[in-house]
Write a protein that binds this ligand. Sequence first.
Ligand SMILES: C[S@@+](CC[C@H](N)C(=O)[O-])C[C@H]1O[C@@H](n2cnc3c(N)ncnc32)[C@H](O)[C@@H]1O
Length: 228
Amino acid sequence: MDERERQCRIAASRAGRRAAAAGDSTAWFDPLYRAAREADAPADIPWVDQRPNRFLMQWLDRAMPAPCRACVVGCGLGDDAEELARRGFNVTAFDISPTAIDWCRERHAATAVDYAVADFNNLPAAWRGAFDLVVEVYNVQALPLAERAISSAALSSLVARGGRLVAVCRGRSDEESDPKGPPWPFSPKEMALFATEGMTEESFEIIDDPDDEGVVRFLGVYRRVPAD
Ligand SMILES: C[S@@+](CC[C@H](N)C(=O)[O-])C[C@H]1O[C@@H](n2cnc3c(N)ncnc32)[C@H](O)[C@@H]1O
């Protein structure tokens, strides 16, 4: 990591902590995207790699889910959504940041993805139970622990009968009760929050991140019980 990247991470983390302390935990996302867009510097956004998430790609390559209705939540600059569309999925992708969504449409001008501004804590009713695959990458971990249960349940509510939610998160142990964030890593117990309301855990992996020393990733897959 170079010095600029390190400074951007520190500044973003501070902004996230300030927003959480002020009781408006999502207030820092759009200003961060706006500043990076104005500077034409997507790399100033700590989580933006400008390529699909590698753990998600590895899961897609292994699990080979058939193309279906997919939803990428907190889609950021759209690289995961575009990858799913490239693989034949019918993709809806949304983010709370209007700047991020505008930028997605500009970056992927010929896109087949349906991009939208939406808040996963206030989802359109038509989306509930509407997706066979829901993809959650690094979003709930960017919000304070106190919001974890409600956000995880909101994302699970998007999953259709027989459908799956795949979650990729930074991990911590169950013993570490007060992590410093953002990001606020998930404990294994908290990952189980995705398995509420008729969802069951299909698989749970702990991955040592080869590119980020000392960082552990969790990849959980949760399935809604199919109709009888
Ligand atoms: C850490 S970033 C991860 C972005 C993307 N998933 C990625 O991996 O590049 C968290 C994202 O979640 C979005 N977000 C945060 N709270 C949200 C909410 N309540 N509803 C929708 N999006 C939200 C932010 O705007 C941001 O794009």
